[in-house]
Design a protein around this ligand. Structure first.
Ligand code: FAD
Ligand code: SF4
Length: 505
């Protein structure tokens, strides 16, 4: 009997499953695919809706409000708020990401083994095998010249002129035809986000999916997880319609770095839950060129300059036209002239591997994320943004718009970049945004220094697993989705082996 077919004893809905998975993003969808294909009974509970690609709004505001948590307005709490972007729909944050794929850098893997006791989770041979499988499943390949587009091509020219280690990005979008709409959901489903890849694959293997189900807590009896409890949400108002509970032999929480710790805390877990929040906050700079760049044509993101030894990575990043217009400086006729030439801009961003660690705690109206970059973090961000300005002039920009508080809105020469670099930037000057999030339920062998073990099972509650980016004990300095999929793939395979055969209904 299905979740919403029953009305019983005070609960609006009830159901049961061998494995209940909370969330369908990079971690949850991967775990579900592995377990379902191993023959297990899997039920996904997803807070957001299942968005059909053809019905997703093409305008930026419609796209953000339909698929992202609080329409992308949630920020960190603190003196300098930083927007924290997360998807809330089937596919989670993969449903609107740019498909950039990076394997876990070797120094990160070694650190996790040496300092966190995670040798079995990140075993070199096992990860290699899993990366190859995922890369084949998700059609990973380098962005071809035919879809690089003007924005990425100019970045390549600048990188080559300055001798930087740039390259076309690897993406899970081998059939990308350069429509530049990853944020709105790829129109032709070329990009293999979880909603068009691992969730359907899990369902083809028998997994069930219940959307608009917000899990509030894990149901625990005698120190063991036996299910989850939550509220069914109204599709339009997103207000609760009634409470549900689902019994399960194993509970996998994959609600993402901000919401996983809230569910765990509500379930009575303590220790380091919510601690060690980390991120790669970033900022972007716009440049104007004399000739059309045609930012809207080509892969949303196509070219990157990894500068891991400096602690940052530069990326080309196209924007929908209405968001680009909002980034242009000036007022009145000056602004109108710039908007009239909307075809002539590039935008490149920096993602910074920050050392700051924050905390996620429950607040009166939702999670609060306390996080403040350190002075060293801001110095790295400044170095990255100054380099972008230099690269833009190297590529032939006529104007560069740093968008940084307290420094000129428009730069017209490399000498002006030198002057800006010499200036002191206030801590609030850089408008950071964070979409790569880590920590809050970190994995480790030592229960005193972690929330889950190397098998991603809770140290406190048997049968409770966490499989998403919150188990990462550190950030990485590269785009995370591939590594999130790889470590959850590995843990789910081990769980599938231990979990036994499918239970009779
Ligand atoms: C705009 C954007 C662009 C990005 N670009 C890239 C990129 O190109 N490459 C890359 O590697 N990474 C990228 N990232 C980051 C990457 O997408 C995330 O790191 C990754 O998806 C995180 O996986 P996750 O499983 O931890 O969480 P998510 O993918 O965020 O999934 C969490 C899921 O849990 C659900 N959920 C939350 N709370 C509940 C609850 N209480 N009950 C039920 N369900 C719940 C959510 O709705 C969501 O579906 C990007 C992120 C964003 C936002
Ligand atoms: S750039 Fe366009 S075609 Fe390519 S993956 Fe993104 S949305 Fe799809």
């Amino acid at each position: 009997m299905g979740l919403f077919d029953r009305l019983r004893g005070g609960w609006v809905y009830e159901d049961d499953a061998d494995y209940v998975i909370v969330g369908t993003g990079a971690g949850g969808a991967t775990a579900g695919k592995v377990l379902a294909e191993a023959g297990h009974d899997v039920l996904f509970l997803e807070e957001g809706p299942r968005l059909k690609t053809k019905d997703r709004p093409r305008d930026a505001i419609g796209a953000l409000s339909g698929s992202m948590r609080q329409a992308a307005t949630q920020t960190t709490a603190g003196p300098v708020p930083i927007p924290v972007l997360q998807g809330v729909c089937v596919g989670g944050s993969t449903a609107m990401n740019s498909g950039i794929i990076w394997r876990m850098p070797e120094d990160v893997r070694e650190d996790w083994i040496t300092n966190h006791g995670l040798a079995s989770l990140v075993d070199e041979g096992e990860l290699e095998r899993i990366y190859e499988t995922v890369e084949e499943d998700l059609e990973v390949s380098p962005t071809g010249d035919d879809v690089l587009g003007g924005n990425a091509t100019l970045m390549r020219q600048a990188s080559e002129k300055l001798g930087l280690p740039g390259k076309p990005m690897s993406r899970n979008a081998a059939r990308c035809d350069g429509k530049g709409e990853c944020l709105q959901g790829c129109p032709g489903e070329k990009r293999q986000s979880m909603d068009v890849s691992y969730v359907p694959r899990a369902m083809a293997a028998g997994a069930r999916l219940s959307t608009l189900c917000r899990v509030e807590k894990v149901w625990i009896e005698g120190g063991r997880a036996v299910g989850v409890i939550g509220s069914k949400m109204d599709r339009h108002t997103r207000k609760p319609l009634g409470r549900f509970r689902v019994r399960a032999r194993h509970v996998i929480v994959s609600a993402g770095v901000v919401h996983t710790p809230i569910i765990l805390k509500r379930s009575g877990l303590g220790g380091l839950v919510g601690h060690r929040f980390q991120a790669h906050p970033g900022a972007a700079i716009v440049g104007r060129f004399a000739e059309p760049v045609r930012m809207s044509y080509g892969a949303t993101q196509g070219y990157e300059v990894p500068m891991r030894s400096r602690g940052f990575k530069l990326e080309s990043l196209s924007l929908p036209p209405e968001m680009l217009a909002a980034r242009l400086p000036g007022v009145g006729a000056e602004w109108q002239e710039r908007v009239a030439n909307l075809d002539c801009y590039t935008q490149w961003c920096a993602q910074v591997r920050m050392e700051a660690k924050g905390r996620v705690v429950p607040g009166p109206f939702g999670p609060l994320v306390f996080y403040q970059p350190t002075a060293r973090d801001l110095a790295k961000a400044k170095e990255a943004l100054v380099l972008i300005c230099r690269m833009m002039f190297e590529a032939g920009a006529v104007e560069v718009y740093p968008g940084i508080g307290g420094i000129p809105e428009v730069l017209r020469s490399p000498a002006e970049v030198d002057a800006v670099e010499a200036q002191k930037w206030s801590p609030a000057a850089i408008h950071l945004v964070a979409s790569h999030l880590f920590g809050t339920a970190c994995a480790g062998a030592n229960p005193g220094r972690s929330v889950v073990g190397p098998d991603l099972q809770s140290h406190e509650v048997a049968g409770l697993y966490v499989m998403d980016a919150s188990v990462f004990p550190t950030n990485m300095g590269v785009n995370p989705q591939h590594s999130i999929m790889a470590v959850t793939y590995r843990a789910a395979e081990q769980l599938a082996l231990r979990g036994g055969a499918r239970q009779a209904a």
